[in-house]
Design a protein around this ligand. Structure first.
Ligand code: ZN
Ligand code: ZN
Length: 415
């Protein structure tokens, strides 16, 4: 078995790893580089992998499958440019959420998987067996992979943490009889450089949100990703406790409609003006906008109520200004701090700052803190560790010593 990290050995985001043998080539993640927060216009580097992308050279070594750990852009963002004929494997809900996002950003190409990933159900491809394991991360339906071939065992963690709502999955994975003593552990280390950092649990975020909601007289706005389902759940629970009505926009309603248990299907919906105009440009868009029309909150209610909690994005500023009561309102900023440098976000925050509306930042990382990484490695007991998805791979060496191999992108590793 061989491993080639095409990208991600020394950077966060843009992950793409190949694991192959003489007869089989498998790809794990097809990530786009993350935007540079202080320079969002900066071009993202293309990734060249023979036979994977429509623009790459053809050496005529067929790729037998692309496995996607989760639907964050830094793991799936190059989907549009991969060759049509390569089979794709992705979790069912992850797939549905991503195709919903494509619908709303008017991408014609949709993901049609060869097969959807199911927790602990192995997939055999030639001389490989790939077993996905559900793992805790800020993207819903995220997987780590156990990859076996020719008597060897490799683990690729994807992105993971233990302090989210599904932390027990991470523990279960690390202690599972099948995952023990891998020959190679490809492990993400986004947060490994932060020595003293202990990540807040998701439910702490919920408790702090609840306290903030009690204090604020007017409406609450929550600036967060519509795809961060764990966070929406915390906000939802906080709203219930303080008797606020959680309002989502039509895009978020579509995202949530993909969840397996039909939760959140009673939430009222508002229609942001720019999005409504854009979607009504096409008959399919109109159909999407009408799908939940019976749940629409009336203009009058939106304008007059002061007990709402509304999930928003930066491009809804004009709706907030003209269609919703924002006197005495409060803002919960619930994203990574780094995004505050993004000009759109900065502008949004300044709007709330001008009339001195109260703002609170409540967020926790989607990635493991250092103690979680230590416990995880101890439980798995790997023969060799290869860090990925980190800007400080040398930190792994400081902690785990000789177990760690620091490998550059594009270098072939024989297992
Ligand atoms: Zn990532
Ligand atoms: Zn991620």
């Amino acid at each position: 078995m061989e491993i080639i990290i095409h990208r991600g050995a020394k950077q966060i985001g843009g992950s793409c790893i190949e694991i192959c043998s003489d007869q089989t080539r498998l790809i794990f993640d097809i990530g786009e580089e993350l935007p540079k927060t202080n320079n969002p216009e900066k071009a993202k580097l293309k990734l060249l992998v023979d036979d994977l992308f429509v623009y790459s050279k053809i050496t005529d070594r067929k790729i037998n499958g692309i496995f996607i750990s989760h639907n964050h852009g830094d793991h799936i963002g190059l989907f549009e440019t991969v060759k049509e004929e390569i089979p794709i494997y992705i979790g069912k809900t992850s797939l549905e959420i991503q195709n919903t996002i494509f619908d709303f950003i008017s991408k014609d190409k949709k993901i049609v998987p060869e097969r959807v990933l199911e927790n602990e159900i192995p997939i055999k491809i030639n001389d490989f067996i790939v077993t996905p394991f559900l793992i805790d991360h800020s993207a819903f339906d995220s997987y780590a992979f156990l990859i076996e071939s020719d008597g060897k065992k490799v683990i690729y963690t994807g992105d993971f943490r233990r302090h989210g709502a599904k932390g027990v999955l991470t523990e279960k994975f690390a202690k599972h009889p099948r995952t023990q003593n891998p020959d190679v552990l490809l492990i993400e280390g986004t947060n490994i450089f932060k020595d003293e950092f202990v990540a807040d649990k998701e439910d702490i975020i919920g408790m702090k949100a609840e306290a903030f909601m009690r204090k604020i007289q007017g409406n609450i706005f929550v600036l967060q990703s519509s795809a961060n389902i764990d966070r929406i759940e915390q906000i939802y629970r906080a709203c219930k406790k303080v008797n606020r009505y959680l309002i989502i926009d039509i895009f978020t309603a579509h995202i949530l409609s993909n969840l397996p248990n039909g939760q959140y299907s009673e939430l009222k919906i508002f229609y942001p003006l720019w999005l409504t105009r854009k979607m009504h440009d096409t008959p399919e868009g109109t159909k999407k906008m009408n799908r939940f029309s019976r749940r629409k909150i009336s203009k009058k209610e939106l304008k007059s109520r002061r007990d709402l909690c509304i999930l928003v994005r930066e491009n809804m500023l004009s709706d907030i200004e003209h269609r919703i009561d924002y006197s005495d309102a409060g803002l919960i900023y619930s994203k990574w701090e780094g995004y505050k440098k993004d000009p759109k976000t900065k502008y949004f925050l300044e709007f709330f700052d001008a009339p001195k509306l109260e703002t609170i930042s409540l967020h926790t990382s989607g990635h493991a803190d250092i103690q979680t990484i230590k416990d995880f490695v101890r439980d798995l007991n790997p023969v060799k560790i290869i860090p990925v998805h980190t800007e400080t791979p040398e930190k792994f060496q400081e902690i785990f010593g000789d177990l760690v191999s620091l490998i550059d992108d594009k270098i072939k590793i024989v297992v």
